[in-house]
Ligand binder design. Structure first.
Ligand code: SF4
Ligand code: SF4
Length: 484
């Protein structure tokens, strides 16, 4: 079977401090659950409970208000003990309902009633997704009811739901475990999503090495027959794609699938991408009327004793998540949420797991780059040892030019570029990150540079391989960057 991939760039990621994706463990229920009112890409949800109220497991605690906002439910039963509020680095207000667990569980361990969805209209399915607070469980966290409604409005022809089983980053271990442990949820979730979005095709995009896993999901989709007429069922495709990072990115996956479309003469139309976690959340909401209360999270990093994939409740504080993995092997210097390539630094282990948290990690070395140093926001970690293409030692030129490796990135400037060209080589969009970075840091960027910057999707490859530790991706995707 042919393997489709993006035309240029990318890196092979291999991080030994990431958890093994063999299986997941069920984490303890959190004694204190912290529920931020922004877990999605819109404005904060509006709390409907007050301090002192008792809430049941799965009860609505905050209602989404307006576009991009989503409902939030109590992951554990208990008493609301606090409403905390703070400002995000971007000056946006956020708040959190804090619940102390007490009382009995209504959903955990109880037999759950199954609801039929075959006769529900797409509108009714979207209403259920909205009611149970289902969002994209990765990335920006857009409410799926809006994504599906937009997909129906935005195109009048062919639509394809792409099931993303692409594991080019070891920190996608949580999705991998979910696929293995709940393939029926991913499969039926895809069928529900296709109906809610009016998609005529379902395409499973899988890493070439995961053919068996993709076939398992594909077989479950094919065996499921919720449609009265066989002709009503969506067309099913399986496409193998490359395993270089960032193959799972929207742009790279689209390039690869368009090649497939052309070669196989299979009209795909508009593409809609969903990962296994989102599909499982859709399945739980529609089939069991269960809100988003938990998720699989990959926990690891060089400072963590026993990295593993945990199935944990939303609202569990990071300190509890790390304690569940045996605590610290070495005192961590940095803690971040997400993949080391595109993650976000956190400054307190009181920060909780939210719906979009697919990985958290703590590292023993102070390797976060300028993005966290200067903006306290997103960060790309120095994964160069694992990320660099083997056989290309780049640091020698750096050492001969500057004598020693800088301790951090705080003092690294554009003049430290040694012109090795590695950043150009790995950029999947064909940009010259070195040149753009110099224009930005010398404040010479005009319209032409801004246009180039718009092509950057922040994969972080250039920054990960730069031997001079220049904050390339940081500068390109952060409009506030003014050079160091
Ligand atoms: S310039 Fe942007 S797209 Fe290119 S490698 Fe860097 S972060 Fe990725
Ligand atoms: S990888 Fe770093 S040092 Fe090499 S050309 Fe790019 S910016 Fe310069």
């Amino acid at each position: 079977m042919k393997v489709y991939t993006f035309p240029r760039g990318g890196i092979n990621l291999n991080d030994k401090s990431a958890p093994s994706a063999i299986n997941s463990s069920l984490s303890f229920l959190p004694g204190i659950a912290v529920l931020p009112m922004i877990q999605h890409n819109g404005v904060h949800a509006y709390p409907v409970v007050s301090v002192g109220d008792h809430v049941e497991e799965g009860e609505l605690v905050a209602r989404g208000q307006g576009a991009g906002s989503a409902n939030i439910h109590a992951p554990v039963p208990g008493k609301v003990i606090q409403y905390a509020s703070w400002k995000l680095p971007e000056k946006i207000s956020n708040g959190a309902v804090v619940i102390r667990m007490e009382g009995k569980f209504d959903l955990l361990g109880k037999a759950t009633k199954e609801y039929s969805w075959q006769d529900a209209s797409p509108f009714e399915l979207r209403r259920l997704l909205s009611e149970y607070g289902v969002i994209e469980m990765e990335g920006r966290g857009r409410p799926l009811s809006e994504v599906f409604a937009g997909a129906q409005k935005g195109s009048n022809g062919n639509r394809t739901l792409v099931v993303r089983c692409v594991f080019d980053d070891p920190w996608l271990a949580a999705d991998y475990c979910l696929c293995k442990e709940r393939p029926e949820a991913a499969a039926e979730g895809a069928l529900i999503a296709a109906k809610a979005a009016g998609a005529s095709n379902i395409l499973i995009a899988a890493s070439a090495s995961e053919k068996v896993l993709a076939s398992l999901i594909g077989d479950k989709i094919a065996a499921f027959s919720p449609y009265p007429q066989q002709g009503d069922a969506p067309e099913l495709y399986m496409v193998l794609v490359g395993s270089k990072y960032p193959q799972h990115g929207r742009t790279e996956l689209t390039w690869s699938l368009r090649q497939f479309e052309k070669k196989e003469n299979a009209p795909l139309g508009n593409l809609m991408f969903l990962g296994p976690s989102s599909l499982a959340a859709i399945y739980d909401a529609v089939k069991f009327h269960k809100p988003v209360l938990d998720r699989y999270v990959a926990v690891g990093g060089s400072a963590v004793k026993h990295p593993r994939v945990l199935k944990t409740r939303i609202g569990t504080r990071l300190r509890d998540v790390f304690a569940e993995c045996g605590g610290w092997k070495i005192q961590p210097k940095r803690i971040a949420i997400g993949s080391p390539m595109t993650g976000r630094a956190v400054f307190s282990t009181d920060e909780p797991v939210i719906k979009t948290t697919y990985a958290v990690f703590a590292v023993a070395q102070d390797t976060l780059n300028a993005r966290s140093v200067f903006f306290g926001g997103n960060s790309v970690l120095d994964l160069r040892a694992g990320g660099r293409t083997p056989g290309k030692p780049l640091s020698k030129r750096y050492f001969s030019a500057f004598g020693k490796k800088p301790e951090g990135r705080r003092y690294v400037t554009a003049m430290h570029c040694i012109g090795c060209g590695e950043c150009r080589e790995v950029c999947p969009t064909g940009l010259d990150p070195e040149d753009i970075y110099k224009s930005i840091s010398e404040k010479k960027h005009g319209l032409s540079v801004s246009r180039l910057v718009m092509r950057c999707h922040g994969c972080g490859c250039c920054e990960a391989v730069c031997p001079s530790n220049l904050p390339l991706a940081t500068a390109l995707i952060n409009p506030a960057f003014k050079g160091e």
